[in-house]
Design a protein around this ligand. Structure first.
Ligand SMILES: [Zn+2]
Length: 435
């Protein structure tokens, strides 16, 4: 049975009273440097927060054999030893509403070059600037701040003597930033629900579409020689420029106005090619014998990963055929990391409506819709598990950049809306378990 619904005033007060509680925990969470392969300390920390709220946290290994044949799996050349997901379930015997998943990835991207940061990336400093409070640090925005919002909402409900009257699943996956295999493993293990909210730092907008993302790398073989005979060598680093230029031309074609679907017409250049990493040569006095360049590119919702791969391979082959060396020693295209399709979220369905009503009840107007030019883990829920999923999270600046920060004021607003969403979607009841 759903309990008496608290007034906004009472909710706002309960949330406000827990601000220090949240800041202290967010700082500790940000201080865990959970870059790829080093997620353990952050996972242990969030597990302790789940436990603190009375949800029993479980470490869940990511087992490649269980997910490698599933739709949405991204190939990797690293392993998952000691890199668990964390999950916790608030179970209700006779639910009054529908179940809800909160999902917030634990991984952060590298803060390098660290020397450019004014606020060290894993120190989590708090700063009041022009009437707004910010918490700085790698991952403060993307997306440990968002994860703290759902914990803040649940804590505030507990402080009011309440809890969700339906199942709530808390998910802290690894690898949102490179594969999505963490989220996939959690869903494949049966941690599902009637809807999912991912509080990515999208400034209190509702994500309605997101593009797909593919990672690929091009391996070029050159001919090593001592630099004194450089004329007889072939420099693989310099040859990689032929491929980069060809792929830049391909990028322009893929962004031609007639190719851009409706939601992205107002977005300047929605499909971005990034030359992210270049590894070539190993000695300053040797002509580079190999060069591997790693790229990221996008695709629109509804477009096929398989077709995009074929187009990329064709472009690389065409460019190689115009170069005598590359014609004889063709570059190899390899795939490691994201193989993510684009997807949409129906914001006029029941979950979209509940979220928009919750936002409207606090902010007085409808939330803005977001058509994202990046990917998030919502694709797994929407595309492969038929679970309506969207992002709604706080304002953050410089995510993936230098001096990343999240707005505490915005986190508080998101938490208010989340609390109302829980009430609307799950129902509430008097808290049964001891806090
Ligand atoms: Zn993120």
């Amino acid at each position: 049975m759903t309990d008496k619904i608290p007034e906004h005033n009472a909710i706002a007060q309960a949330i406000s009273a827990r601000q220090d509680w949240v800041v202290e925990r967010l700082k500790k969470f940000v201080a865990c440097p959970s870059v790829l392969g080093a997620e353990r300390s952050a996972q242990e920390y969030i597990a302790s927060l789940y436990d603190e709220l009375g949800f029993a946290a479980k470490m869940l290994p990511v087992e490649v054999d269980r997910i490698k044949n599933l739709a949405g799996y991204s190939p990797v050349d690293w392993d998952y030893h000691d890199r668990p997901n964390v999950v916790a379930v608030h179970d209700v015997k006779n639910p009054a509403g529908r179940s809800l998943i909160f999902n917030g990835h634990v991984d952060v991207v590298s803060p390098e070059p660290v020397k450019l940061w004014r606020h060290p990336p894993f120190t989590a400093s708090v700063s009041r600037e022009q009437g707004e409070t910010f918490i700085y640090g790698r991952g403060a925005g993307d997306m440990k701040g968002g994860s703290m919002c759902y914990l803040w909402a649940l804590k505030a409900l507990q402080d009011m003597g309440l809890e969700p009257a339906s199942k709530v699943v808390l998910q802290s996956p690894i690898e949102e930033e490179c594969t999505g295999n963490g989220a996939l493993a959690m869903l494949a293990a049966g941690y599902t629900g009637d809807a999912c909210l991912i509080p990515e730092p999208f400034h209190e907008t509702v994500l309605c579409t997101q593009i797909g993302v593919i990672w690929f790398q091009v391996r070029i073989t050159g001919k090593t020689t001592h630099v004194l005979g450089a004329g007889q060598g072939v420099n693989a680093i310099e040859k990689s420029w032929v491929i980069i230029q060809a792929l830049r031309a391909f990028e322009q074609e893929m962004n031609k106005p007639e190719r851009i679907p409706e939601p992205y017409r107002a977005t300047h250049h929605p499909l971005n090619l990034n030359v992210g990493v270049i590894n070539g040569g190993d000695w300053a006095s040797t002509v580079a014998g190999e060069c591997v360049t790693r790229f990221r590119f996008g695709l629109f919702p509804g477009e096929s990963i398989t077709e995009l791969k074929k187009s990329i391979e064709r472009r690389v082959a065409e460019a190689a055929s115009s170069d005598p060396w590359l014609k004889e020693f063709p570059p190899q295209v390899e795939y490691i990391g994201f193989q993510a399709e684009g997807c949409g979220f129906n914001d006029s369905g029941p979950f979209g409506k509940a979220l928009q009503e919750a936002h409207q009840s606090w902010r007085g107007g409808a939330p803005q819709k977001l058509h994202a030019t990046c990917t998030t883990d919502v694709r797994y829920f929407n595309l492969y598990y038929n679970i309506p999923a969207t992002c709604y999270g706080p304002k953050a600046d410089n995510i993936h950049g230098v001096d990343e920060r999240v707005s505490l004021d915005s986190m508080q607003r998101v938490t208010e809306v989340m609390t109302s969403l829980i009430i609307r979607w799950c129902g509430i009841q008097k808290k049964k378990r001891p806090i």
